[in-house]
Design a protein around this ligand. Sequence first.
Ligand code: PRP
Length: 209
Amino acid sequence: MAGNIHISEHPLIQHKLTILRDAATEHKKFRELIREISMLLAYEAMTDLELAQTTVQTPLEKAPGFELQAEIGLVPILRAGLGMVDGIHEMIPGAQVWHLGIYRDEETLRPVSYYNKLPVEPTVQVCLVLDPMLATGGSATAAIQVLKEWGVRRIKYVGLIAAPEGINVVVNDHPDIPLHLAAVDDHLNDNGFIVPGLGDAGDRQFGTA
Ligand code: PRP
């Protein structure tokens, strides 16, 4: 894949993703897996975060150390991105969480924005856009555009499963944005669902199927 597309080959991610796909996996287990896979993907996505040098007083003496330099924003796309937040937030407790409400019109498959409470001035320098499913790419492209217009310096997309069609759309519209994914599937079906995919990630998390 192109340089900005990162497909994890981590055995834990691939193992957990397989259970996530299983139609027999019930809601509670599904939510646990979304949380765990998201933490692992975010860990991989953040290997190049900038650090500032600092010192720390150990019980013995001062030691050199590091601290994260950038303010980090976690940006889940409602609804399905919600389940990706908590695990990553535990790893970065100082992160800000900014929700974006975007749903996909069932007829046109075009993204419809319905919730955005971003303040006028950006309050973060690095954002992770969180959404398990990248299908046509419309929702991801729209979310990234919102964050660029907000003034975020670095944006990374973290998703679980993507369709090749959607990746092409995002890469075409935002070639500067890295995509961190657990898998690229075969294709989109006529309803815009990723095949083989895992079904509807929102419905399977929240029991609304
Ligand atoms: C799903 C998914 C993505 C979007 C992907 O959300 O969670 O946000 O569709 O499709 P796209 O790449 O074609 O834009 P959905 O629209 O079902 O909303 P929901 O999570 O609120 O159910």
